[in-house]
Design a protein around this ligand. Structure first.
Ligand code: ZN
Length: 161
């Protein structure tokens, strides 16, 4: 069996910033990642790298930002009056809040704070970064009808509902 749309794929992985080497995430010592291929469960560049591969395939690929979490968009940074943070004791750089974006709720991160204005950034934390993905394909199986209907994996490593 090889990796294609409608397959449930299990991988061990390690992801870092290709330029700085900063490690973002790794399944080492943890449960592997289980995802539904072709359903945008993982970034496009990773699907592309795994397409057609089989169990035991090891990968070490660089995925440009455009095929990962996208480029950083300056327009996703905005200034919010401090008054909007009522109920927050102290607004600090690095805090994350839910906000209403033009396309629904988004997570924003505080990037700077001055006396009466807070600058927040709604870019994905990994936007604008070229990622280095290393890992191995551990298992491949057919997705169930229910998984295909939901667009995600159920059971071990997946959604429980
Ligand atoms: Zn489901």
């Amino acid at each position: 069996m090889s990796i294609a749309a409608k397959k449930v794929v299990t991988i061990h992985y390690h992801v870092s910033d290709n330029n700085t080497g900063e490690v973002f995430d790794s399944s080492e010592g943890q449960e592997p990642l289980v995802y539904l291929h072709g359903a945008q469960n993982v970034i496009p560049g990773l699907e592309k790298a795994l397409e057609g591969q089989v169990v035991g395939f090891t990968f070490d690929v660089v995925i440009p930002a455009s095929e990962a979490y996208g480029e950083r968009l300056e327009e996703l940074c905005s200034q919010v009056p401090m008054a909007a943070f009522q109920g927050v004791e102290k607004v600090e750089v690095g805090m994350e809040f839910h906000a209403d974006g033009p396309q629904g709720p988004v997570m924003v991160e505080v990037v700077s704070v001055d006396e009466d204005t807070v600058t927040v950034d709604a870019n994905h934390p990994l936007a604008g970064r070229d990622l280095k993905f290393k890992g191995e394909v551990v298992a491949i199986r057919d997705a169930s009808e229910e998984e295909l209907a939901h667009g995600h994996v159920h059971g071990e490593g997946g959604h429980h509902h």
